[in-house]
Design a protein around this ligand. Structure first.
Ligand SMILES: NC(=O)c1ccc[n+]([C@@H]2O[C@H](COP(=O)([O-])OP(=O)(O)OC[C@H]3O[C@@H](n4cnc5c(N)ncnc54)[C@H](OP(=O)(O)O)[C@@H]3O)[C@@H](O)[C@H]2O)c1
Length: 228
């Protein structure tokens, strides 16, 4: 892996150097969203998951980003499609208006999975039973207040926040002004078909600034800062 922009001219970056290149400020809440897509803009392949489009280099960066995170935030659609499991040492926050916890997370050890939802959700009572009341964050009455989620997690000491999508959650996080950085992997692959992009939902128009670009055998890793 090598750096195409930025200061480090190494051609063979170690995991430690990679972690330094992706370091985040420690003194304030910082939300990064990490996503992968093909050159033709698809966020999944024919399996309707990321498995058919990600590769070893993407998985490596994915793991480094997880290692830098105090908390991982994921939308319910992604948790279900990607069969999310608890992460060792890092809590997962599932975002769901319906307060539905997928089976792969429902049986997680207490405290490893939190739910961000709204107080009018039909699934609230059952989610509290499954995860424990103290692990269910009611952030709004009819919709999840995402800036309040960011603040609530920071108040628990989780400043380094990583969202792994999916496309609808990314769009809403951006729309509500919560995202500090998008790390976007582009894999050298074309898939055509009618698959989602990394953002889905009502239109938004948000400028990005390139902070870092890495390359590994044709796979590009952009670190994009969200502009004003
Ligand atoms: N390429 C990538 O990097 C990448 C990353 C992640 C996922 N994916 C793929 O994307 C697909 C899933 O897409 P998706 O858009 O459905 O994923 P998603 O955004 O994770 O899930 C959508 C669901 O998450 C909840 N949600 C999202 N935004 C919310 C908000 N603002 N407030 C409250 N709840 C919110 C809702 O759950 P409820 O319906 O339960 O209320 C909503 O139905 C899968 O195929 C997955 O493999 C790709």
């Amino acid at each position: 892996m090598r750096v195409l922009t930025g200061a480090t001219p190494n051609d063979d970056i170690s995991d430690g150097e990679l972690a330094e290149l992706y370091a985040v400020p420690a003194d304030r809440p910082f939300l990064r969203v990490n996503m992968v897509s093909t050159v033709d803009g698809s966020a999944t392949g024919e399996d309707a998951r990321t498995r058919s489009i990600n590769n070893a280099a993407d998985k490596r960066v994915f793991q480094v980003l997880r290692s830098l995170a105090d908390v991982v935030i994921v939308g319910a659609g992604t948790a279900k499609a990607e069969n999310y499991a608890p992460i060792d040492g890092t809590p997962i926050v599932l975002v769901s208006r319906k307060a539905q916890v997928p089976p792969s997370l429902a049986s997680a050890p207490a405290g490893s999975v939190y739910l961000a939802t709204c107080s009018r959700s039909d699934g609230l009572a059952s989610a509290k039973e499954v995860l424990g009341e103290q692990h269910v964050l009611e952030l709004g009455s009819h919709r999840v207040d995402l800036p309040l989620l960011k603040q609530t997690l920071a108040e628990r000491g989780w400043n380094s926040q990583l969202s792994e999508g999916g496309p609808h959650l990314l769009r809403d996080l951006v729309f509500q002004g919560c995202v500090d950085e998008l790390t976007a992997t582009t894999v050298p692959q074309l898939v055509a078909g009618a698959y989602p992009r990394i953002t889905e939902g009502a239109p938004i128009d948000v400028p990005l600034e390139l902070a870092l670009l890495l390359e590994d055998r044709g796979t590009l890793f952009g670190r994009w800062t969200l502009g004003g």
